[in-house]
Ligand binder design. Structure first.
Ligand code: TXA
Ligand code: MG
Length: 458
């Protein structure tokens, strides 16, 4: 794993962007669906459009990635067709090289281009250029047949794109994608983000963007430009600031190439929503996030430590009892602080402090942090309390931010109130388990929390 030397240190700028000030978005008259393709005419008189153009130019020419907002979390983007640019992502994030990246596209036309073998590009398998007419390895936006996206994905794409859903597709040979994108796998993950700025950036750069979440590897994903700056300051040149992300957890990753189709990572699109789609009625869960399941992970990235703040995370699964004063004291010495993230049922201040109970009172829907001291000196502990519940969508939106907030405060431990329902029933023979319960988004939240937690209380 490479580390950055002082000579590599870069000035990181945060550039504000407001999609409303970028220009005019229009659809092509002959297009059968708005997803197919579209146009953007950039304004000449706004700083936002200038910022977009600068970022797009960097993406086209530089080997240093650019951070940009999506509806899920901030991404760290690079031209997915250039090896040196994609390597820049792994370097900035300190990400293990065997964890593949998601390719972000702005239209189905662009995606179809990626599904075609590239004429004129060296075939890494046969070691020969495979084509007659050399096209520079870049017909990424060219006209190609319209049926190359497997039919299993058609309904999904119509319902959830643009949006928080990543689909696995076969990577052609030779591929337009840099090999570092797929980390040696025969497939690649693709998604069309639902954020006008992200779409405009891809369109203007005119290349597909490989983009993982823009956090330092192992840290919680960033949902604001400030989170990105905290992790990657000095490692990248530009962070585009589009405000807080709407969804707050990453996209759902699905594999429709296997039978039955599987969810490889729970995310912004829920199991219930997937099951309503044609061909996805029997979708199975192909990820593991519970300590009891020990088999090999299907999505390569899922085996790493993830989403972890510096403080110890103590996750109380839904239905387990509230931490007691004794539990709190076991995690923090005299004068230290702890964080509490409440969702649905926990009392303000864990019910340990009358002060916080009265301070929060009926305004429990606020995500404001309240701080109280519990116990007397000696033995006094500072408790920071954040309420992010009760809906799964609100919890997803506030979760990573709350974990990061507590890290900034230097807490010794973070107690988190988990939410139900559970993800399903485990199948005896494999790590696939069949979903029986409903999922309103709780699965994505609990997946992230189980990975972040050093201790789980069940
Ligand atoms: O919402 C998101 O998906 C965000 C934003 C920036 O778009 N991106 C994101 O990327 O979360 P990342 O790199 O943090 O997570 C990508 C996930 C990993 O779990 C990875 O293993 C999986 O997608 N993945 C990517 N390509 C894959 C492939 N070919 N086969 C299996 N899993 C793949
Ligand atoms: Mg990530």
């Amino acid at each position: 794993m490479s580390t950055l030397s002082l000579a590599d240190k870069r000035l990181t700028r945060i550039l504000a962007v407001d999609p409303a000030k970028l220009g005019t978005f229009s659809f092509l008259e002959r297009a059968t669906s708005p997803l197919e393709d579209w146009h953007l005419t950039l304004r000449r008189d706004t700083q936002d459009a200038t910022n977009l153009k600068e970022a797009a130019e960097l993406l086209r020419t530089s080997v240093i990635p650019v951070a940009f907002p999506t509806e899920t979390v901030y991404g760290l983007g690079a031209d997915a067709t250039r090896s040196a640019a994609v390597q820049g992502i792994y370097k900035a994030k300190q990400r293990p090289l065997d964890n593949p990246l998601i390719v972000h596209v702005c239209s189905l036309r662009q995606l179809r281009g990626l599904l075609q073998p590239v004429v004129g590009k060296d075939d890494p398998i046969n070691g020969q250029p495979n084509g007659q007419a050399v096209s520079n390895g870049s017909h990424v936006n060219g006209d190609v047949p319209s049926d190359t996206i497997p039919s299993i994905y058609h309904d999904l794409i119509q319902r959830f794109w643009p949006g928080p859903l990543t689909i696995l597709l076969r990577n052609p040979t030779p591929s337009a994608l840099a090999p570092e994108v797929t980390a040696g796998l025969p497939t690649f993950g693709a998604r069309m983000p639902k954020n006008l700025f992200a779409l405009a950036l891809i369109k203007t750069a005119n290349v597909p963007l490989a983009a993982p979440s823009a956090n330092a590897s192992t840290k919680p994903s960033p949902t604001t430009a400030q989170h990105v700056q905290h992790d990657l300051d000095g490692r990248i040149q530009v962070i585009l600031d589009g405000g807080s992300c709407d969804v707050g957890v990453e996209s759902t990753v699905v594999d429709g190439l296997c039978v039955p189709p599987a969810i490889l990572r729970p995310g912004g699109v829920t199991l219930e929503q997937l099951r309503q789609c044609k061909g996805w009625e029997d979708v199975v869960i192909g990820y593991k996030d519970s300590a009891q399941l020990e088999s090999k992970p299907k999505a390569p990235g899922m085996k790493y430590k993830h989403y972890s703040p510096s403080a110890t995370v103590i996750l109380h699964e839904a239905g387990s009892s509230l931490p007691s004063l004794q539990d709190v004291r076991a995690r923090a010495s005299n004068g230290e602080s702890i964080g509490v993230i409440r969702t649905r049922h926990w009392l303000p201040g864990l019910g340990l402090s009358p002060a916080i109970s009265s301070a929060v009172g009926d305004t429990a829907s606020s995500t404001t942090m309240r701080t109280v001291e519990i116990g007397d000196d000696p033995g006094m502990i500072v408790m920071h309390d954040i309420y992010i519940g009760p809906g799964a969508a609100a919890i997803a939106r506030g979760l990573f931010s709350a974990l990061r907030e507590f890290d900034l405060r230097g807490v010794a431990a973070i107690f988190v109130e988990g939410i139900g329902p559970t993800d399903g029933v485990q199948c005896a023979e494999s790590n696939i388990h069949h979903p029986h319960n409903t999922d309103d988004g709780a699965a994505a939240v609990m997946n992230r929390l189980r990975k972040a937690a050093a201790v789980r209380v069940v």
